[in-house]
Design a protein around this ligand. Structure first.
Ligand SMILES: CC(=O)SCCNC(=O)CCNC(=O)[C@H](O)C(C)(C)COP(=O)(O)OP(=O)(O)OC[C@H]1O[C@@H](n2cnc3c(N)ncnc32)[C@H](O)[C@@H]1OP(=O)(O)O
Ligand SMILES: CC(C)C(=O)C(=O)O
Ligand SMILES: [Mg+2]
Length: 566
């Protein structure tokens, strides 16, 4: 029998909410971020972090600007306990950072958590128990009252523990684990029961953290649940509402974003979404989403590479090259039309006083995350002339005229197909040189002289090798025209200059001018060539000669020449 059977599952019920308001709201500031990397992220690793790895990760989180960090589940393991002791005893917790620890609603575990926290200036004690029907029935074997009693007892132990350390500023946090699978009225009831122990209305700081422990519905449903909860909770104004989403359906970030619209003040998550199963809500993504909308994320994400590096080292997890905002390839375009648009977009910005970033295919300026522009355009067989031109411009200061870019792009395309993969900027330049710049000694111009004769220009050109120089002379309306005439007169070559382009080069290229010519030669072919030079006329004449040579022209001895020799 086929086990792939959708009838084994059921649709998640919608929340009845005729007064739904969150879809019309906008985010105006970042929520309070709480990193749970050192707890939820850590508990999901094949090999949980050592104390040293936790330390490195903690320091990173502090540097990034997190003000609340869940540093562990001290009652779970000795390293978790030791790490909490270490950061307290070694005074590693900055003044403006509050650490948080998690505990089940079990007396001995709560006790052990306080033992770990002894001497801390400020801390959040986070107690949880699961509340959904499946958990009540299958895990606890209790009814609603029984599960509520676990929460209330847990809240009492937390309160009693705190009372033993009055020198610490305590915040209490309660999570009805599996909130999003719990009946909403019951979730409110159990949270109010916890609040009646802690009395936030009397000044005790309290956070109610509402998890999508297992993401089971679309993010709009989660937002409805949060708005419903906030609307119905007595004393809502006395507590902070936090959300903690997981990514089972791939929507943890979306769910957290919509939950903020629906009234959440605080968001728990991890770097790169590390966490149980498909992971937690990815704070990096959500924070960058805000940033890209012109909001201050209140985290320093500019050290993108260091974040990936430390994360990988501490967790042993890889960062996907497609990870939103931070993946290695997310600011790279291989495809021709994207590259063309990026190149035009970047050029369009130059010389403009553009305060707001708007470049096609680049939702933010990659430099904001410490990325360089080299990686933005990379060339393979999917690329076009825009990308190839961009690389030559960017790395060699060479701007190709459109007609030559088209011709060169076909050369690059062939090379990428042959080597079936990416081609580097260096290889592109080598192809450019061998195709257009390299010349045959017979077509090397040794020197030239121009003279004016009324409206006309007379060009005298010496070309060929030192051993076999050839002297040509012709007349035209400009230097190139005079050269074409000289070739007819002196070498029997009938050439037509189909395209010609010359311009000054950018700084750093070692030459002042670049001339590009496409020439068709009677009874030979058509070819293009490029010449660089300090002297613009020299570059122009040489480009025409090189193109003629490349087209396969054969120097025929002119009648007069032959007679002279004869
Ligand atoms: C969704 C989340 O991420 S929740 C956080 C989960 N994180 C972790 O579990 C990591 C750390 N946990 C641990 O290392 C261990 O679970 C420990 C050390 C805390 C406890 O270990 P053990 O006592 O051996 O218990 P274990 O976790 O197997 O036991 C669960 C027992 O606690 C009860 N329980 C589970 N969660 C809770 C809770 N939040 N509050 C009260 N009781 C709970 C269960 O019903 C079960 O009771 P039973 O023994 O009567 O059947
Ligand atoms: C302990 C709670 C907050 C949790 O991690 C979850 O429900 O996912
Ligand atoms: Mg979790």
């Amino acid at each position: 029998m086929n086990s792939f059977n959708h009838r084994r599952y059921r649709a998640f019920p919608a929340v009845h909410k005729p007064d739904r308001r969150w879809p019309n709201r906008r985010m105006h500031h970042a929520p309070t971020w709480t990193s749970v990397d050192l707890r939820d992220g850590n508990q999901a690793l094949v090999s949980p972090m050592s104390v040293a790895q936790k330390m490195e990760m903690f320091d990173l989180l502090v540097r990034m600007g997190f003000k609340e960090i869940e540093v562990g589940f001290p009652a779970a393991s000795q390293p978790d306990f030791d790490f909490v002791r270490k950061i307290i005893e070694e005074k590693r917790i900055p003044e403006d950072v509050t650490i948080q620890v998690l505990t089940q609603a079990r007396e001995n575990l709560v006790e052990r958590s306080y033992a770990a926290l002894q001497g801390v200036q400020r801390a959040i004690v986070h107690v949880y128990n699961s509340t959904s029907p499946a958990q009540r029935e299958q895990v606890f074997g209790l009814d609603k009252e029984g599960v509520k009693a676990i929460a209330v007892r847990g809240a009492e132990w937390v309160k009693a523990g705190a009372a033993r350390f009055p020198e610490t500023r305590w915040t209490f946090q309660y999570s009805p684990e599996s909130f999003s699978n719990t009946e909403l009225d019951y979730a409110v009831e159990i949270c109010e029961a916890v609040m009646s122990v802690w009395h936030p209305e009397e000044g005790q700081p309290v956070i109610l953290n509402l998890p999508a422990t297992v993401e089971s519905a679309m993010p709009n449903v989660f937002a409805d649940q949060i708005e419903w909860f906030c609307d119905h909770l007595r004393g809502r104004e006395h507590v902070k509402i936090s959300v903690h989403t997981h990514n089972d359906r791939g929507c943890a970030v979306a769910a957290a974003e919509l939950a903020v619209l629906a009234g959440a003040d605080r968001v728990e998550g991890t770097l790169f979404g590390n966490g149980e199963r498909t992971g937690n809500m990815d704070i990096l993504t959500m924070a960058m989403n805000l940033y890209s909308q012109g909001l201050d994320p209140k985290l320093d994400l500019s050290m993108g590479e260091a974040i990936s590096e430390i994360y990988t080292r501490c967790t042993g997890m890889a960062v996907s090259p497609r990870h939103p905002w931070f993946g290695e390839l997310v600011y790279t375009a291989f495809s021709g039309s994207h590259q063309d648009a990026i190149r035009k977009g970047i050029n369009h910005r130059q010389g403009q006083d553009a305060a707001v970033w708007e470049v096609p295919y680049l939702p933010i300026d990659p430099a904001d995350l410490g990325r360089n522009y080299e990686a933005v355009v990379r060339i393979n067989s999917q690329s076009g002339k825009g990308g190839v031109s961009h690389v030559l411009e960017r790395d060699y200061g060479i701007s190709l005229p459109r007609w030559l870019a088209q011709e060169f792009s076909a050369v690059v395309q062939k090379a990428t197909e042959e080597q079936s993969g990416e081609i580097t900027a260096k290889q592109i330049y080598a192809l450019f040189e061998s195709h257009f710049v390299k010349r045959n000694g017979d077509w090397q111009m040794q020197r030239y002289r121009l003279q004016r004769e009324g409206e006309k220009v007379i060009a005298s050109v010496v070309m060929g090798t030192e051993a076999h120089p050839r002297i040509l002379q012709g007349k035209g309306s400009g230097a190139v025209g005079a050269l074409v005439d000289a070739l007819i007169q002196g070498a029997g070559i009938y050439a037509e200059v189909e395209q010609f382009d010359q311009h000054a080069l950018g700084a750093g290229t070692g030459a002042r001018a670049m001339a590009c010519a496409r020439v068709s030669v009677e009874s030979a072919g058509t070819a293009s060539a490029v010449s660089f030079g300090e002297d613009t006329t020299e570059a122009a004449l040489q480009s025409v000669l090189s193109a003629i040579g490349k087209a396969g022209a054969v120097v025929r001895l002119h009648q007069n020449d032959a007679q002279k020799r004869g």
